[in-house]
Structures are given as C-alpha cells and as structure tokens.
Design a protein around this ligand. Structure first.
Ligand code: SAM
Length: 280
C-alpha cells in the first residue's frame, strides 16, 4: 500500500521545487535514451513526476510519456512545464505508482523514478512492474550520486542545516503526517529481489554555483522542511538557517560538484537453449 499521506508529503512545496531544485544533466537523459534505444514509438512512465523535472527531457527523447503523481499541485506544475516547453506527447495521471495497473496507462516499455522510488512501497511496485513491463523493459532510478570515494553526494551546508532543523522539529526526519527513515534494504537489492537483477549504474557530475538565497529556497522544496511543518515559525527557521550556513560555509556564492546517478535495472535475459541467465 502507498503511504496514505503521499499527497501531503510535498504539500505547498511545488513552486519552490520548480524554482530552486536542480534538475538532472541532459547527458543523463541522452545516455538513458541510447542505452534503452528510445524510438518515436517508445512509451515511458515517469512515476512521481513532481513538477516535471524528468518528464520534459524524457518527452524530448521518447515517443510518449505518462507522468504520474499523487500530489495535485505537483501535477499542475508539471502540466504548466509541459505547456511552456510545447510538449504535446505527455499524458498526466493523478495517483500513486502502486495503482498504475488501474489507471488505463496503456502499454509501457520503461518506467523512470526521479527521486521518488523511496516514497513507494518498493517491493510491491517492482512486482507490479514485473507483471506490466515487456521482457526488455527497464526500471530506471534517478537520484543523488556518489563521489569518487564512494560517499553519497551531500551539499556542504547539509550538516549545519540539519542541526537547525532538528532544533525546530526534533531529531526524526518529518514526512507528510509522520516521519521517514532510510530503509535498511537498498534500492538495488529490492530491484534484484523482484527479478530486475541486471543492473547498470551511471554517475554524472555538473559544476554548479549557488548563492545563499538558493540554499534557503531549497529548504522550502524539501518534504522534511516544508513550511507547513513549522507552525508559523518558518521565517524564524530560515533566518536561523541563513546564520548557520554563513557560519559554516561563508556568505557564498558556493561552487559545488553536483553528482547525480542513474540506475538502469532490467531482467537478466535468458538464452532460449540455456537455463543460465545472461545479459544481452
Ligand atoms: C522528490 S519529488 C521528485 C520529483 C521529480 N521526479 C524529480 O526528479 O525531481 C518526489 C515525488 O514523488 C511523489 N510521490 C510520493 N509518493 C508517491 C507514490 N506512492 N507514487 C508516486 N509518486 C509518489 C511526490 O508527490 C513527489 O512529487
């Protein structure tokens, strides 16, 4: 079952998300299109599309995109983004990834989760996709990448802001009406256990420069620091964040290597005359 409060997770954040959240490098989408051999007939779904961050670049490379999200503000922002980009090959659905089979989605070849897989009932979603996707169909996960040393991408101000946030909201990471903690089982283990064990990983690095206002704006876009969680103390929170980031990282601008990752998971292909799975 999806979280009951999935529509609330990002309530009130869509405009900040559009304005301040970084998208993904275009090289990532070029690589996806090449790896999955997109053609004008390719139909992909962007599950948890948010304001269309990945939807638009996908629609520029595939035949059609089905964009789905349980949050109507996000979906509205995605529709606006599609209109601005002049993309007529996107269909929108309001709902949870878990309910895709009930949504008259048509035949899908691949599905993409951009920073959204962790919000779903992952094992149930993979089982559902195993029934829905063709044998060559891929589940693609986009998210933060790792450095050369293997550490997950983090912003230089993350630790300073975490301390401030916890002083306002407590130590548990807030999400929707409850909390969120990172699951013990990694995404790739879930994919593999669900039959999508042919896994390829790609990393992308972009040099970006952020100023302090953007760092503050980013906080507005996160489910764990959405304005509605702060009971009228949001300005106070942002001022405390401003002071903490300035103390920890200086007044900016901040030059950062932003790292993104793409995981492409497919089912191992079987040779018709052999029991042993092999990758094509
Ligand atoms: C961090 S945003 C990602 C938006 C965009 N895909 C991106 O890459 O920036 C996560 C999105 O997942 C959506 N979401 C939460 N639970 C979901 C579920 N069960 N099924 C589909 N989407 C869900 C949220 O509403 C939100 O728009």
């Amino acid at each position: 079952m999806p979280r009951d409060d999935a529509a609330l997770l990002f309530a009130g954040t869509s405009q900040a998300y559009v304005t301040y959240r970084p998208g993904y490098p275009m090289a990532l989408f070029d690589h996806m299109a090449a790896q999955l051999a997109f053609t004008p007939e390719t139909r992909v779904a962007d599950l948890g599309c948010g304001p269309g961050t990945a939807t638009i670049p996908l629609a520029e490379r595939a035949g059609t995109v089905l964009a789905l999200d349980p949050n109507s503000e996000m979906l509205h922002a995605a529709r606006e983004a599609a209109q601005r980009a002049g993309m007529g090959n996107i269909e929108f659905r309001h709902g949870h990834a878990e309910h895709l089979p009930e949504m008259d989605a048509g035949p899908l070849e691949h599905v993409v989760f951009g920073r959204s897989f962790h919000w779903t009932d992952r094992a149930a979603v993979v089982a559902m996709l195993d029934a829905l996707l063709p044998p060559h169909g891929a589940i693609v996960l986009l998210g933060p990448g790792r450095s050369e040393k293997g550490a997950w991408h983090r912003w230089p101000w993350d630790e300073a802001i975490r301390e401030v946030r916890e002083s306002f909201l407590g130590p548990e990471r807030r999400a929707g009406t409850g909390t969120y903690s990172h699951p013990e089982t990694g995404h790739e283990q879930v994919l593999e256990a669900g039959g999508f064990g042919w896994i390829e990983r790609y990393g992308f690095t972009e040099h970006v420069e952020y100023d302090l206002e953007r760092v503050l704006g980013l906080q507005r876009s996160y489910s764990h620091s959405a304005e509605r969680l702060f009971s009228g103390r949001y300005d106070e929170y942002l001022e405390a964040v401003r002071a903490a980031v300035t103390a920890a990282c200086g007044p900016g601008p901040y030059r950062i290597d932003k790292r993104d990752s793409m995981v492409i998971a497919r089912r191992p292909q079987r040779h018709p005359d052999s029991d042993a799975p092999e990758h094509p």
